[in-house]
Design a protein around this ligand. Structure first.
Ligand code: AMP
Length: 218
Protein backbone atom coordinates (compact mmCIF):
# COMPACT_ATOMS: atom_id res chain seq x y z
CA UNK A 1 0.00 0.00 0.00
CA UNK A 2 1.50 3.30 -1.09
CA UNK A 3 1.09 6.30 1.16
CA UNK A 4 2.73 9.49 -0.04
CA UNK A 5 2.91 13.07 1.12
CA UNK A 6 3.65 15.87 -1.33
CA UNK A 7 5.31 18.74 0.45
CA UNK A 8 6.25 22.17 -0.85
CA UNK A 9 5.06 25.77 -0.90
CA UNK A 10 1.92 26.93 -2.70
CA UNK A 11 2.65 26.88 -6.43
CA UNK A 12 5.28 24.13 -6.21
CA UNK A 13 3.17 21.78 -8.34
CA UNK A 14 1.81 19.45 -5.65
CA UNK A 15 -1.69 19.24 -7.12
CA UNK A 16 -0.42 18.59 -10.64
CA UNK A 17 1.97 15.85 -9.52
CA UNK A 18 -0.65 14.31 -7.23
CA UNK A 19 -3.01 14.03 -10.22
CA UNK A 20 -0.32 12.29 -12.29
CA UNK A 21 0.54 9.89 -9.46
CA UNK A 22 -3.11 9.10 -8.78
CA UNK A 23 -3.70 8.23 -12.44
CA UNK A 24 -0.51 6.18 -12.87
CA UNK A 25 -0.75 4.20 -9.64
CA UNK A 26 -4.49 3.96 -9.16
CA UNK A 27 -4.34 5.55 -5.73
CA UNK A 28 -6.49 8.32 -4.33
CA UNK A 29 -5.42 11.96 -4.29
CA UNK A 30 -6.55 13.64 -1.08
CA UNK A 31 -6.31 17.42 -1.27
CA UNK A 32 -7.31 19.18 1.94
CA UNK A 33 -7.51 22.42 -0.08
CA UNK A 34 -10.12 20.86 -2.40
CA UNK A 35 -12.03 19.42 0.58
CA UNK A 36 -12.04 22.78 2.33
CA UNK A 37 -13.17 24.62 -0.80
CA UNK A 38 -16.11 22.21 -0.98
CA UNK A 39 -16.93 22.91 2.68
CA UNK A 40 -16.56 26.67 2.04
CA UNK A 41 -19.04 26.62 -0.83
CA UNK A 42 -21.60 24.61 1.14
CA UNK A 43 -22.94 27.73 2.85
CA UNK A 44 -22.93 26.10 6.30
CA UNK A 45 -21.75 27.94 9.38
CA UNK A 46 -18.46 26.01 9.30
CA UNK A 47 -18.26 26.77 5.57
CA UNK A 48 -18.46 30.52 6.23
CA UNK A 49 -15.68 30.28 8.79
CA UNK A 50 -13.47 28.20 6.48
CA UNK A 51 -14.08 30.56 3.53
CA UNK A 52 -12.94 33.57 5.56
CA UNK A 53 -9.78 31.76 6.66
CA UNK A 54 -8.91 30.54 3.15
CA UNK A 55 -9.37 34.02 1.71
CA UNK A 56 -7.07 35.47 4.38
CA UNK A 57 -4.30 33.03 3.43
CA UNK A 58 -4.02 31.64 6.97
CA UNK A 59 -4.30 27.97 7.88
CA UNK A 60 -7.55 26.36 9.03
CA UNK A 61 -7.27 25.08 12.65
CA UNK A 62 -5.65 21.66 13.07
CA UNK A 63 -8.66 20.03 14.78
CA UNK A 64 -10.93 20.66 11.77
CA UNK A 65 -8.35 19.33 9.30
CA UNK A 66 -7.40 16.31 11.38
CA UNK A 67 -11.03 15.22 11.81
CA UNK A 68 -11.58 15.63 8.08
CA UNK A 69 -8.57 13.50 7.12
CA UNK A 70 -9.22 10.88 9.78
CA UNK A 71 -12.68 10.25 8.32
CA UNK A 72 -11.52 10.46 4.71
CA UNK A 73 -8.73 7.89 4.82
CA UNK A 74 -11.13 5.27 6.23
CA UNK A 75 -13.05 5.35 2.96
CA UNK A 76 -12.77 2.26 0.74
CA UNK A 77 -11.31 4.30 -2.15
CA UNK A 78 -8.16 4.75 -0.03
CA UNK A 79 -7.66 1.01 0.48
CA UNK A 80 -5.07 0.90 -2.31
CA UNK A 81 -3.15 3.87 -0.90
CA UNK A 82 -3.29 7.65 -1.11
CA UNK A 83 -1.38 10.79 -1.93
CA UNK A 84 -1.74 13.65 0.49
CA UNK A 85 -1.68 17.03 -1.26
CA UNK A 86 -1.60 19.97 1.16
CA UNK A 87 -1.63 17.85 4.33
CA UNK A 88 0.03 17.81 6.80
CA UNK A 89 0.81 21.52 7.00
CA UNK A 90 1.81 21.79 10.67
CA UNK A 91 3.78 19.62 13.08
CA UNK A 92 0.52 19.01 14.98
CA UNK A 93 -1.08 17.60 11.83
CA UNK A 94 1.98 15.44 11.13
CA UNK A 95 1.87 14.02 14.66
CA UNK A 96 -1.86 13.29 14.34
CA UNK A 97 -1.31 11.54 10.99
CA UNK A 98 1.46 9.45 12.46
CA UNK A 99 -0.85 8.33 15.28
CA UNK A 100 -3.69 7.52 12.86
CA UNK A 101 -1.39 5.32 10.77
CA UNK A 102 0.27 3.73 13.80
CA UNK A 103 -3.05 2.50 15.18
CA UNK A 104 -3.66 0.72 11.87
CA UNK A 105 -0.11 -0.62 11.63
CA UNK A 106 0.52 1.47 8.51
CA UNK A 107 3.53 3.55 7.51
CA UNK A 108 4.21 6.43 5.17
CA UNK A 109 6.08 5.32 2.05
CA UNK A 110 7.75 8.63 1.15
CA UNK A 111 7.48 12.35 1.73
CA UNK A 112 8.22 13.97 -1.62
CA UNK A 113 9.53 17.52 -1.27
CA UNK A 114 9.07 19.68 -4.36
CA UNK A 115 11.83 22.26 -4.18
CA UNK A 116 11.23 25.51 -6.08
CA UNK A 117 12.77 28.96 -6.27
CA UNK A 118 10.76 31.35 -4.13
CA UNK A 119 10.91 33.88 -6.99
CA UNK A 120 9.01 31.50 -9.33
CA UNK A 121 6.06 30.90 -7.02
CA UNK A 122 4.13 34.15 -7.55
CA UNK A 123 4.20 33.76 -11.35
CA UNK A 124 3.14 30.12 -11.11
CA UNK A 125 0.24 30.86 -8.80
CA UNK A 126 -1.01 34.00 -10.49
CA UNK A 127 -1.41 32.28 -13.86
CA UNK A 128 -3.51 29.37 -12.61
CA UNK A 129 -7.03 28.61 -13.78
CA UNK A 130 -9.16 25.51 -14.07
CA UNK A 131 -12.11 24.18 -16.03
CA UNK A 132 -15.36 24.89 -14.21
CA UNK A 133 -16.92 21.65 -15.42
CA UNK A 134 -14.21 19.02 -14.90
CA UNK A 135 -11.63 20.78 -12.71
CA UNK A 136 -8.69 20.26 -15.12
CA UNK A 137 -5.87 22.64 -14.17
CA UNK A 138 -4.17 25.08 -16.56
CA UNK A 139 -1.73 27.98 -16.52
CA UNK A 140 -1.75 31.11 -18.70
CA UNK A 141 1.93 30.66 -19.65
CA UNK A 142 3.09 27.18 -18.59
CA UNK A 143 0.08 25.13 -19.60
CA UNK A 144 -2.54 26.95 -21.68
CA UNK A 145 -5.45 25.05 -23.22
CA UNK A 146 -4.61 23.72 -26.69
CA UNK A 147 -7.52 25.67 -28.16
CA UNK A 148 -8.05 29.07 -26.53
CA UNK A 149 -11.10 29.07 -24.27
CA UNK A 150 -11.83 25.33 -24.58
CA UNK A 151 -10.92 22.68 -22.01
CA UNK A 152 -8.62 20.01 -23.51
CA UNK A 153 -10.26 17.28 -21.48
CA UNK A 154 -14.00 17.90 -21.53
CA UNK A 155 -14.55 20.70 -24.06
CA UNK A 156 -15.91 22.99 -21.33
CA UNK A 157 -15.77 26.71 -22.08
CA UNK A 158 -16.06 28.17 -18.58
CA UNK A 159 -13.00 28.58 -16.40
CA UNK A 160 -12.44 29.66 -12.81
CA UNK A 161 -9.60 31.19 -10.82
CA UNK A 162 -9.17 30.63 -7.09
CA UNK A 163 -10.20 33.56 -4.88
CA UNK A 164 -7.02 33.08 -2.81
CA UNK A 165 -4.67 33.30 -5.80
CA UNK A 166 -4.52 37.13 -5.58
CA UNK A 167 -1.22 38.88 -4.66
CA UNK A 168 -2.18 39.83 -1.09
CA UNK A 169 -3.47 36.38 -0.10
CA UNK A 170 -0.57 34.64 -1.82
CA UNK A 171 1.89 36.63 0.32
CA UNK A 172 0.06 35.45 3.46
CA UNK A 173 0.01 31.85 2.20
CA UNK A 174 3.77 31.90 1.55
CA UNK A 175 4.36 33.31 5.03
CA UNK A 176 2.17 30.58 6.58
CA UNK A 177 4.23 28.02 4.66
CA UNK A 178 7.54 29.40 5.94
CA UNK A 179 6.40 29.64 9.54
CA UNK A 180 4.12 26.63 9.98
CA UNK A 181 4.82 24.11 7.22
CA UNK A 182 8.56 24.39 6.49
CA UNK A 183 9.37 22.84 9.93
CA UNK A 184 7.98 19.59 8.47
CA UNK A 185 11.06 19.31 6.26
CA UNK A 186 13.51 18.60 9.12
CA UNK A 187 10.76 16.62 10.88
CA UNK A 188 10.49 14.12 8.00
CA UNK A 189 14.22 14.28 7.19
CA UNK A 190 15.01 13.11 10.72
CA UNK A 191 12.59 10.22 10.23
CA UNK A 192 14.35 9.16 7.02
CA UNK A 193 11.29 9.83 4.86
CA UNK A 194 12.14 13.05 3.00
CA UNK A 195 12.89 12.75 -0.73
CA UNK A 196 13.73 16.10 -2.35
CA UNK A 197 12.84 16.53 -6.02
CA UNK A 198 13.71 19.46 -8.28
CA UNK A 199 10.33 21.11 -8.76
CA UNK A 200 11.71 23.66 -11.22
CA UNK A 201 11.97 21.04 -13.97
CA UNK A 202 9.16 20.55 -16.50
CA UNK A 203 6.01 18.76 -15.33
CA UNK A 204 7.05 15.52 -17.07
CA UNK A 205 10.57 15.62 -15.66
CA UNK A 206 9.30 16.21 -12.13
CA UNK A 207 6.94 13.25 -12.56
CA UNK A 208 9.88 11.12 -13.78
CA UNK A 209 12.00 12.03 -10.74
CA UNK A 210 9.14 10.95 -8.48
CA UNK A 211 8.72 7.67 -10.38
CA UNK A 212 12.43 6.99 -9.91
CA UNK A 213 12.04 7.40 -6.16
CA UNK A 214 9.08 5.02 -6.08
CA UNK A 215 10.98 2.48 -8.20
CA UNK A 216 14.14 2.67 -6.12
CA UNK A 217 12.14 1.36 -3.18
CA UNK A 218 14.29 3.24 -0.64
P1 AMP B 1 -4.30 24.59 -1.03
O1 AMP B 1 -5.34 24.27 -2.04
O2 AMP B 1 -3.57 23.39 -0.56
O3 AMP B 1 -3.37 25.69 -1.49
O4 AMP B 1 -5.07 25.16 0.25
C1 AMP B 1 -5.84 26.34 0.19
C2 AMP B 1 -6.11 26.87 1.59
O5 AMP B 1 -6.85 25.90 2.34
C3 AMP B 1 -4.87 27.14 2.43
O6 AMP B 1 -4.32 28.43 2.18
C4 AMP B 1 -5.43 27.02 3.85
O7 AMP B 1 -6.19 28.17 4.22
C5 AMP B 1 -6.41 25.87 3.69
N1 AMP B 1 -5.76 24.55 3.92
C6 AMP B 1 -5.56 23.56 3.02
N2 AMP B 1 -4.98 22.49 3.58
C7 AMP B 1 -4.78 22.82 4.88
C8 AMP B 1 -4.18 22.15 5.98
N3 AMP B 1 -3.67 20.91 5.88
N4 AMP B 1 -4.15 22.80 7.18
C9 AMP B 1 -4.66 24.04 7.33
N5 AMP B 1 -5.22 24.73 6.32
C10 AMP B 1 -5.28 24.14 5.11
Amino acid sequence: MMMLILLGPPGAGKGTQADILAANHNIKKLSTGDMLRAVASSGSELGQKVKTIIESGALVPDDIIITMIRERIKHSDCANGFILDGFPRTIGQAEALSQMLDTEGKHLSHVIELTVDASALIARISGRFSCKACGAGYHDVNKPTVKAGVCDLCGGTEFVRRADDNAETVAARLKAYDLQTAPLLPYYRERGLLRPVNGMATMDKVAQQIENILLSGI
